[in-house]
Design a protein around this ligand. Structure first.
Ligand code: ZN
Length: 112
């Protein structure tokens, strides 16, 4: 999970869910309005076991990126920069998938 910064004090990892279904910064007590918290496409909100708000990347997109990187790797010349870049892309997508799975999102069902 990637913790988000507080819009009030920029403290990272300090926004916690409250029992009244709101969010409050543990540092500055700012209460960000959920509708004003934006994510980029492919990012998904999560709240960890301690109630901290963050996001992970869509696991289905990570699996697609892993597949694409594998295709790039297999199509690259041996010992080339393309091969190294494909391996880096695969590794990055793997870390994003692991983050989503650790946050409790299910492994995506393969599209047919
Ligand atoms: Zn704050």
């Amino acid at each position: 999970m990637i913790a988000i910064p507080c819009p009030g004090c920029t403290s990272v990892g300090s926004i916690r869910a409250t029992p009244d279904m709101q969010f409050r910064c543990l540092e500055c007590r700012h209460e960000p309005i959920a509708a004003n918290l934006q994510l980029d496409q492919g990012e998904i909100w999560v709240v960890d076991a301690s109630g901290i708000l963050g996001f992970v990347f869509d696991p289905a997109e990570s699996v697609r990126e892993m597949s694409a990187a594998l295709g790039e790797y297999l199509g690259a010349d041996a010992d080339s920069m393309g091969e190294l870049e494909a391996l880096r892309n695969f590794l990055d997508a793997t870390y994003r998938l692991q983050g989503a799975l650790k946050a409790g999102l299910p492994y995506p069902i393969a599209e047919t």
